[in-house]
Design a protein around this ligand. Structure first.
Ligand SMILES: Nc1ncnc2c1ncn2[C@@H]1O[C@H](COP(=O)(O)OP(=O)(O)OP(=O)(O)O)[C@@H](O)[C@H]1O
Length: 262
């Protein structure tokens, strides 16, 4: 079995007297691709922020890539973690070129300013852009891209540093059908490659789970309702209970759909 890249033990997260996460025990190994699902406010984004070393737990331990939060320099740890979220994307300057948005990841900053980049970084950024079907856009300003293109740039940026774990917060949110399907195809291809890192993706919709994702975690009111292989977790009963309605869930060729039971 692959070794763990993320391990949460008895983790709770409290803010302003509100318990946002409670008693979370969760292990992710290098060969796993997880989807995290749950109703609005369940704590999914908070969970991802702990995994990204952007927050510390109120109690319990969070170990990321064999280092324990609170006992490590997060500035050394963060470049080993790929993270993409719409909150992070809002900090990307609209006038920055696509190539620079990806290149700056090498230094974990969101604008280009005065860093010097090696040719090898530029070549890697160009290769990653090609892989995410963005090669023709490398000199375009980030702010002029479509939502679908911007989402792909965010992922390209997150994987630029060759991370050991990739965390994606709602990568397909707000995309139209074509852009969503293109992104899911790219994510499925990336997730299936041998050298891909562990992946954790937060989403609201089972329709947004790429083919090949192996595990699912269902979060409700800050607690784990179910966690394990997708076939065991993404059942009508478990999803219905998490979202509080009777559901029909269909799996076909590795993709899922869910709707209210008639
Ligand atoms: N800093 C904070 N202080 C107080 N409450 C917070 C803080 N951050 C998050 N919360 C609350 O914690 C809960 C969980 O938030 P979180 O964003 O993690 O949930 P989520 O599952 O990602 O939600 P959504 O699906 O709506 O994006 C929400 O009720 C939110 O309002």
């Amino acid at each position: 079995m692959a070794s763990s890249v993320l391990e949460l033990q008895s983790v709770s997260f409290v803010r302003d007297g509100k318990t946002i996460l409670d008693g979370i025990d969760w292990t992710v190994t290098g060969d796993q691709r997880w989807v995290v699902l749950g109703p609005n406010g369940a704590g999914k984004t908070t969970l991802l922020q702990l995994a990204a070393a952007l927050q510390h737990p109120s109690s319990g331990t969070v170990s990321i890539l064999d280092t324990t939060l609170g006992r490590t320099d997060v500035f050394e740890l963060r470049p080993r973690i790929g993270f993409a979220s719409s909150a992070l994307a809002k900090r990307i300057p609209a006038e920055e070129t696509v190539l620079n948005v990806v290149l700056t990841a090498a230094y974990s900053v969101t604008g280009r300013w005065n860093e010097r980049y090696e040719d090898i970084d530029v070549r890697r950024a160009q290769r990653v852009l090609q892989e995410w079907r963005l090669g023709h856009l490398e000199q375009r300003r980030f702010g002029t891209l479509s939502d679908g293109e911007q989402k792909r740039v965010q992922i390209a940026r997150a994987i630029m540093t060759d991370p050991e774990i990739l965390l994606l917060d709602e990568p397909a949110a707000s995309l139209d059908l074509g852009a969503r399907e293109e992104l899911l195809q790219l994510l499925a291809a990336y997730a299936s490659s041998d050298d891909a890192p562990a992946i954790v993706m937060v989403t609201h919709h089972v329709e947004e789970i790429p083919v090949g994702f192996s595990h699912a975690l269902l979060l409700t009111e800050g607690r784990i309702a179910a966690a394990g292989p997708v076939a065991e977790v993404l059942t009508a009963e478990r999803l219905g209970s998490a979202f509080g309605l009777e559901l029909e869930v269909v799996e076909q060729a590795g993709r899922f759909t869910a709707r209210a039971a008639s």
